[in-house]
Design a protein around this ligand. Structure first.
Ligand code: FES
Length: 157
């Protein structure tokens, strides 16, 4: 996916990452800066980071694809992260994922029909004793049910 950024946005990114463009790990830091600022890393940003850090686009793309937290599309306004690691699996995370799909029409790795909610799997939130666990918009939940997720979303679906 390619985007054409307004000049002001491109300059904002350039200003943000130029000051550490020549230190070790600059590509990773540049990509983190872009994603922190915009919620994702647009295709055009890969070229810009390559240019500013003086590396190939392939090198930037390699870093971008190595870390699963980087994303190439804008996130939904509401994010539901469901822990699918072992302790939460033992406490019913698979059934929770099924219930979210069946009762909310929300698949993991997908956005809701409205585009306002997105679900994603995560691997351990450090809340294992209260599994299944989830994070809804940075609010950690334990013993999660569909009702708890709906309440945390405040009616958004
Ligand atoms: S395994 Fe789910 S919070 Fe640790």
């Amino acid at each position: 996916m390619s985007t054409t950024w307004p000049v002001v946005v491109a300059e904002d990114i350039r200003d943000s990452i130029t000051h550490f463009a020549h230190i070790d790990g600059s590509v990773l830091r540049a990509l983190q800066t872009v994603q922190t600022k915009f919620g994702y890393v647009p295709d055009d940003a890969l070229n810009m980071v390559a240019d500013i850090c003086n590396v190939s686009r392939a090198e930037v793309y390699g870093v971008f694809t190595y870390y699963s937290d980087f994303r190439s599309t804008p996130p939904a306004p509401n994010i539901v992260k469901i822990c699918v690691a072992e302790a939460c699996q033992a406490n019913g995370s698979d059934a929770l994922v099924d219930a979210i799909r069946n009762e909310m029409g929300l698949d993991v790795h997908a956005k809701s029909r409205s585009g306002d909610v997105e679900a994603a799997p995560v691997f351990c939130l450090g809340n294992c004793a209260l599994g299944p666990s989830a994070v809804v918009n940075n609010q950690i939940l334990g013993r999660v049910t569909v009702a708890k997720i709906r309440a945390a979303l405040g009616g958004v679906q």
